[in-house]
Design a protein around this ligand. Sequence first.
Ligand code: N01
Length: 543
Amino acid sequence: MSKIARATMREDVDVVIVGAGFAGLYMLHKARGAGLTARVFEAGAGIGGTWYFNRYPGARCDVESMEYSYSFDPTLEQEWQWTERYSTQSEILKYINHVADRYDLRRDVVLETRVTAATFDERRSRWTVETDKGDRVTGRYCVMATGCLSVTNLPPINGIETFKKPIYHTGAWPHEGVDFTGLRVGVVGTGSSGIQSIPLIAEQAKHLTVFQRTPSYSIPAHNRPLAEEEQRKVKAEYPAKRKRALAEGFAIDMQMSQTPAASASDAETKEAFETVWSRGGLGFLGAFSDLVLDRAANDKAAEFLRGKIRSIVKDPKTAERLAPPQVVGCKRLCVDTNYFATFNRDNVALVDLRETPIEEITPDGVQTSASFHSLDALVLATGFDAITGALNRIDIRGRHGARLRDAWVDGPRSYLGLGIAGFPNMFMIAGPGSPSVLTNMMVSIQHHVDWIAEAMSFLAKRQLATIEPLAEAQEAWVKEVEMVANSTLFPACNSWYVGANIPGKPRVFPAYVGFPPYAEKCAAIVANGYEGFALAAQATAAE
Ligand code: N01
């Protein structure tokens, strides 16, 4: 991509937005709608966030296309045509670009520019945002739309820097694509990105070695073209469908069963699991009401899924290695096309790192405790420094120059995942403490942006200068998020949810479980005059 030099920016706007993915772009649209000026900074050379960077083979969304889309404009909803049940990365990116053009969003977005610092000026009640291009833009508000899964995790494997062949991370895939034809490829990591890319890499490569540390549960996508008629039907009832999603825990219209597994006979249990398995996708978790709440119910789901793996994978030893021991859902459930069957191919080998850990990566391959694997290319499907990673990379300073990184040294603390005590007029979209990654992100994003835009309008109407969570409201919220999470099985294993994939990261479950109670709480807080927030009429400078 050609780089065109540009003058550094000095500008005062109402809202500075960091990130031009689905969240940042909708925030821009809403800010404009509220009569506010805005500037968006985006590190990528194009808009789209996650969907700009994650171009690995097989990348597609695991929420169905008809739900993984904006709902704020019925005309947009009606006019856009999806082609498959689960959209590919390229189709989603096309959609984002269509939205940007349709609402004339690009003119306020500055690409290839990474925000490095954001500092709150207490005298003026303004944020100064600085970038790696030397820009200094001030805004009354600063909105962090930095994404939950945007900072790639490059694992500190001994000798990794010595590997002399290409290394690719699924979350930063080359835009020109990669041709693995005739190559011996290694993939490290078997989460969603590994599970989506492994079958396609296996089809192309001469040989594929999968280095698995923890096996994942995965449900078949049963992806298929979306027939015109099916789309028409969904579109005819779109408002009702969106409303149903808002009433579901994961904000996905999965029509979760109201029946607990405990009340079902063995035959009924098997039938229910077979039904959701044959439907495919994340709706598996909706087979019973208590799969992520009750260990016995979860054990039944786990055994069913392990049985499926044994029935697909021909070599019993490989099948056992692929069968996850952990609770279903404590690591994000995956959705795949041909993942387990890929291990029946002659050119695919599985290395179980629990039995034979990687000792080092050498210039030519991977040495485990048992054997050496010569490789021509290495793919790291090793995930992200999730939820807090992107925020902690920016030098964010609130009142009294306090740094967010310091405030979060023991883990993130926020009120509703929307605001942080000591950081007035700064908002996060899908921040820690909101339902974020446990929901259809499109629902969470729109909810947050609408809430934030309403708060901005409220402040303008009342001629208020700042909004900021009260420390005690924040503490109570942090406790509630933890209490709700601990009443579920989500924190039950090591996962990126709890930061276990990043050495030294504090172990905190960062998402509020259950979209409907969260949304109700947010609405009640507004109805009570922004309960738990301090609202100030003028700049409140530090003494
Ligand atoms: O990352 P992950 P991801 N040595 O963290 C392994 C979303 N997403 O990019 O589990 C060896 O889940 C690690 O092993 P372990 C979705 O929310 C959505 O796949 O830590 N292995 C694990 O197997 C998803 O959950 C979509 O023991 C190492 C893997 O790498 C999230 O993004 C598609 C290692 C990382 O899995 C992240 O998914 C893709 C090491 N040092 C992603 N370090 C869809 O919508 C890590 N691993 C479909």
